[in-house]
Design a binder for this molecule. Structure first.
Ligand code: NAP
Length: 863
């Protein structure tokens, strides 16, 4: 450990806010020499600089503190639900004193440059005053929102009186009494400051660009009961926070906003409004951030509240937000909308009346000049990357971070903690980490602990020059964007997207999969020897590169990978450990399917069989005259699955291929073993052909299709129809079909587990389906074994790269081709089994469904 030379440290940490302080503590406790540099006069970071009137936290205080020390937890008592800035700063000071942190912090020192020395494998870190130190590890603890943004208004510097930015508020109290005050900006900071300033100012003019959704904080003092109960249960609370979505000990209710009646929704939203809190309203449902229609229910509710609170209807109208709710950081307030009922407050909509310049006396808009004594910029921050770019950070080959990420290139990190080309540099709460979307304290503790453990590991294993691989950061960055794209987050211009800063490249700047999932991933990376990173043996060893293989497959689709991780995180038992009934109940994948689209008519009806009846669901798009038909069989290994599982793709196929889709609820195994499902499937196609007219179907244009076990049934029905001289089929659409009772393909080996459908589950399915081994050799169970596949209808075969069934689907396509059957075969390389019915979360499901619909259209000649 470097402990003697005052210019050489094991680690240099930049920033003495919550993350820098904990990093110092952790590393120092582990015996490393650490120096923290802080530009401010004192500790506190965000809470040191943001001392504007009304500043308080939007996470409940009892969850917004360090949790690593029980002693600290027990010795500190928060006064109210949402602590004010001075109280939070007091808390930070209390911790710093208790842990004696100040002795290793150098204040009033701005780091201006940090350069990686490849020869010495360390960082040379330079200060504003020209001093330089070196350290093996360079750790940025800069905060995500510390580079304040003052828009470049014309005449900005000409204003003669007082000017402030909320994020750089002076230590001394600002006196607003009797003054003409102007506030530009109505984000979280503006919305907190405006009600407080309004009470004191002579007149307050708010210059608003985008109206905001805000809910009441319902702040109140804590009573001792809450504090005691929290203390007693903190171990459990901590676990809940750590494995949650946003770092708070609660979670969204697993229900769609569209499932409740408008009255029930209203009741729940009203209850949330009265209760207050950052996530209370959105957590009523799990799709407010995903489905526009669900989102609109919450947005409409908040707008109705604004209308009720604000007395002047014109002002109320100006305050009505229209973007998707919660796609900017949700805001909680104390009397924000009420403030516009005050005589001394006016609201200027600067979209209607743009600011043209700042003048010596105030703000000039296209309509008039507003004279001001005080001008407050509540205009936010150059978030996430801004603070990093303020330091000239240079990695290998003297490439700067800014060049790497912005100048013609793209932001890329691995886990938001590291970026390739910058060895031994760690970013706490960096871009592409979940930090800004969460309770920051939970993210901070996770980051610091992961980094500290990583440094221990490197030392123990004599590893140096630790950096992310290009492949790993490429993957992670795609991942961050893809996950965000699944939600509404990327549909709004926000600082999460870099949209608040002129010229800043647009892309989603955080990991939006939640802190729990993020923690699991980071732990996984560490447990596998820091996969996705490279390092070199230390000087007494050789220069042999220890490149760790990625734990992920670089070419798996990031959205599919995320689905897998999410399913893994549910901890659901493997299907084969359940009874068929339990498996049917547990397999509810509605969220993966997404919102069902409208089809002109959708009806369920029963159709007769020789020995009973089954249900079919008939989707008919708007159209005149007889339509072609697709008879569709759902998947589920002949054991699970039902009409609902494939409701969304059936609707999409009906609308896109302009055909009637008849989805068949064939009887399931093990109650009904082979060949019941095949006979039911065949009976359904016969019924459609014989009753075509009654369901507006053209009997000469019938196709069969299905996915997985349903693909098997479709292929088998095509064989049966040929063999039995039954209905003449124009097409077979086989989506990752089961074609052979065998587990010996390469794809079974490669994808036996970890990709949704496992080999063991397939064995379980087959065992329930077949009466005996002999059945498995029957071509109506294993169509690949059919003696002759000539004379079958043309086929579309779609397979997925990460699917045990990939090779048997492709083998069947090859057999058909060899026998002269026209075949369109497409492998969706990055996809997993089941993707066809996951359009709610996978873009490729849309491509697959569109491809199938186009192929059907061509087969039906209705293009
Ligand atoms: P912000 O959310 O980025 O809001 C900035 C405001 O300034 C917006 O109303 C924005 O309008 C406006 N603005 C920006 N550029 C402008 C321009 N050129 N002309 C006119 N208006 C302009 O910043 P913030 O309020 O400081 O909050 C930033 C983040 O800090 C929050 O999202 C939150 O994460 C955190 N924060 C938390 C708390 C808390 O814990 N309670 C308090 C404060 C801040 P547009 O919307 O049109 O861009």
């Amino acid at each position: 450990m470097n402990q003697h030379n005052t210019n050489v440290f094991d680690a240099v940490v930049v920033g003495a806010g919550f993350s820098g302080l904990y990093m110092l503590h952790r590393l120092r406790e582990a015996g490393y020499s650490v120096r923290v540099y802080e530009a401010g006069e004192d500790i506190g970071g965000t809470w040191y600089w943001n001392r504007y009137p009304g500043a308080r936290c939007d996470i409940e205080s009892i969850y917004y503190n360090y949790t690593f020390s029980e002693e600290i937890l027990n010795e500190w008592t928060w006064s109210s639900r949402y602590a004010e800035q001075p109280e939070i700063l007091n808390y930070i000071n209390f911790v710093a004193d208790k842990l004696d942190l100040r002795r290793d912090i150098q204040f009033n020192t701005r780091i201006t440059a940090a350069r990686y020395n490849e020869q010495n494998r360390n960082w040379e870190i330079g200060m504003e005053d020209g001093t330089q130190v070196t350290a093996e590890y360079f750790i940025t603890a800069l905060g995500c929102l510390s580079a304040s943004n003052i828009p470049k208004f014309k005449g900005l510097d000409s204003f003669k009186k007082e000017v402030y930015h909320t994020g750089r508020w002076p230590q001394e109290k600002v006196d607003f009494s009797g003054k003409q005050v102007g506030v530009i900006g109505t984000g979280s900071s503006g919305i907190q400051a405006i009600p407080v300033i309004a009470k004191e100012a002579g007149h307050l003019t708010v210059f608003q660009r985008t109206p905001q959704y805000s809910c009441p904080a319902q702040n109140h003092p804590y009573d001792s009961e809450v504090i005691n109960e929290t203390r007693q249960n903190y171990a459990e609370i901590k676990q809940l926070m750590r494995y949650s979505m946003h770092g708070v000990p609660s979670a969204p209710r697993m229900k769609s906003a569209l499932e409740d009646s408008p009255e029930e929704r209203e009741r729940l939203y009203e209850k949330a409004w009265q209760e207050g809190g950052l996530f209370t309203l959105t957590y009523n449902y799990n799709d407010i951030g995903i489905l526009p229609e669900a989102n609109e229910t919450a947005a409409t509710f908040i707008r109705s509240k604004i209308k009720k609170i604000v007395q002047d209807p014109e002002v109320a109208q100006k305050l009505m937000p229209t973007y998707y709710y919660a796609t900017k950081r949700p805001i909680i307030d104390t009397n924000y909308f009420e403030t516009y009922n005050r005589e001394n407050v006016s609201l200027i909509d600067i979209k209607a009346e743009p600011i043209t310049e700042i003048t010596p006396n105030g703000i000039k808009t296209t309509d008039k000049e507003y004279e001001l004594d005080v001008l407050v910029f509540a205009t936010g921050f150059d978030a996430m990357t801004g603070p990093l770019f303020k330091i000239d950070i240079r990695g290998k080959n003297d490439v700067s971070l800014k060049e790497k990420w912005e100048d013609g290139a793209d932001l890329k990190t691995y886990l938001g903690l590291s970026t390739s080309g910058f060895p031994n540099m760690f970013m706490l709460t960096g871009p592409q980490s979940p930090s800004v979307l969460s309770n920051m304290m939970v993210s901070i503790e996770q980051h610091v602990e992961w980094v500290a453990d990583c440094i221990d590991y490197l030392r123990e294993h004599h590893l140096e020059a630790f950096e992310a691989t290009i492949e790993a950061e490429e993957f992670w960055s795609q991942q961050c964007q893809a996950i965000a794209d699944m939600s509404l987050l990327t549909k709004t211009d926000s600082w999460y997207m870099g949209a608040n800063i002129e010229g800043k490249p647009r892309r989603f700047l955080a990991f939006s999969g939640g802190v729990g999932l993020y923690r699991l991933i980071c732990d996984d990376v560490a447990a596998r020897g820091y996969e996705g990173f490279t390092s070199l043996l230390s000087s007494n060893g050789t220069d042999e590169s220890l490149v760790k293989e990625g734990f992920f497959k670089a070419d798996i689709d990031p959205q599919a990978w995320f689905v897998l991780k999410q399913l893994e995180a549910t901890g659901a038992p493997p299907m084969e450990s359940l009874t068929p009934d339990q498996a049917r109940k547990s397999a509810d994948f509605q969220l993966l399917a997404g919102a069902p689209e409208e089809v002109e008519t959708v009806i369920n009806r029963t159709i007769p069989l020789a020995d009973g009846e089954i249900t079919v669901r008939i989707y008919t798009p708007a159209s005149e005259g007889p339509l072609p038909a697709l008879v569709y069989y759902h998947g589920g290994g002949w054991v699970i699955g039902n009409l609902d599982t494939v409701d969304v793709p059936c609707r999409m196929l009906a609308n896109r291929a302009r055909c009637v889709v008849v989805s068949v609820d064939y009887r399931l195994a093990p109650e009904y073993k082979f060949p019941t499902a095949t006979e039911d499937a065949y009976a359904a196609v016969k019924w459609v052909a014989e009753n075509a007219e009654s369901i507006r179907v053209d009997p000469d244009r019938i196709a069969v299709g299905g996915d997985s076990a349903g693909g098997n049934l479709a292929a088998v029905v095509a064989l049966m129809a040929r063999d039995r001289k039954g209905p003449s089929l124009v097409y077979q659409m086989l989506i990752y079909p089961v074609t052979n009772h065998s587990y010996d393909t390469e794809s079974y080996n490669e994808n036996a587990e970890g990709y949704f459908l496992t080999k063991n589950t397939m064995v379980w399915f087959w065992n329930h389906y077949l009466r005996d081994e002999q059945d498995g050799k029957n071509p109506y169970a294993s169509p690949l074994l059919a003696d002759d596949v000539r004379g079958l209808p043309p086929a579309l075969v779609i397979t997925a790269g990460y699917d045990p069934l990939r090779d048997e689907g492709e083998a069947y396509a090859e057999r058909l081709k060899t026998a002269g059957v026209p075949v369109e075969l497409t492998r969706y390389d990055g996809m997993i089994h089941g993707f066809f019915w996951m359009p709610g979360v996978l873009a490729e499901a849309h491509y697959g469904i569109n491809q199938a619909a186009n192929a059907l259209s061509r087969a039906f000649h209705v293009v």
